[in-house]
Design a protein around this ligand. Structure first.
Ligand code: DC
Length: 235
């Protein structure tokens, strides 16, 4: 029987990492985890409990406050999707608002938050058979992942995709605001001190600016077969 592998998908925001990773997981019958959703849920928790003031997180009792936030996922049998939960309440929609998006980089740059999330992410991957997307999955969370993909796309194309998504959800936003948010997040993600976004040495680059999701699936298929065969033949 072929062995299950770990697939790490990292890259810039709004690159379509989640759609890509989710579809691979679905095809392989693997667990899919959106690690960005976990940082978004923590951000929402900080906002709800008044821990963010003037765009900065209050440091008093930080560890205790993080521990009070229980981030997880629950399966919705109606939509057949896993939804992000915060203290057992589904927050899938709230974590996708521009309010959370504009503060999440600040929260994701806090070492105590990252340590807690990485611990949780590793637990989710102990049995392998997982596709996780994020920024530090191939570099920090699963440095031994059998397959690492680093996704990128033109910022303007990413902003257009994001605009379409938000408009479909009836959110009032404009293109320039989204592009500015994407560029700011790219900058913060790449320059933060702890676990900055960077390509793992052994990651394979996928620029999907002009690729459909079907083309991306064809691209990844042979890699999955190759890495699974390698893992299976290893003693
Ligand atoms: O993928 P996303 O846009 O939902 O991620 C939200 C934020 O969380 C983004 O600013 C980067 C951060 N993030 C991170 O620092 N590490 C991860 N593994 C995933 C996301």
């Amino acid at each position: 029987m072929s062995k299950k592998i770990v697939i790490a998908v990292d890259g810039f925001s709004s690159c379509g990492k989640s759609s890509f990773a989710k579809l691979i997981a679905q095809r392989l019958g693997y667990l899919y985890i959106d690690s960005g959703a976990m940082y978004r849920a923590v951000t929402l928790g900080f906002i709800q409990t008044g821990l963010i003031e003037n765009g900065a997180v209050k440091r008093d009792n930080l560890l205790e406050n993080i521990k009070k936030l229980e981030v997880g996922f629950s399966f919705n049998p109606n939509t057949k999707k896993h939804e992000t939960t915060l203290n057992r309440i589904v927050v899938e929609e709230q974590i996708r608002t521009i309010g959370v998006a504009s503060l999440v980089s600040v929260v994701a740059a806090i070492s105590e938050v990252r340590e807690r999330m990485v611990e949780l992410q590793r637990k989710l991957g102990v049995d392998k058979g997982i596709v996780m997307d994020g920024r530090d999955i191939g570099t920090v969370v699963f440095p031994n992942a059998e397959l690492k993909i680093f996704m990128t796309a033109d910022p303007k194309i990413r902003a257009e995709r994001r605009l379409k998504e938000l408009v479909e959800k009836d959110q009032v936003v404009n293109f320039d605001e989204i592009l500015a948010n994407i560029e700011e997040r790219d900058h913060l993600d790449q320059t933060r001190d702890i676990s900055p976004l960077r390509k793992a040495e052994d990651a394979i680059i996928l620029d999907n600016s002009y690729m459909t999701i079907d083309e991306q699936m064809i691209w990844v298929e042979s890699l999955v077969v190759e890495k699974t065969n390698e893992a299976t033949s290893e003693k």
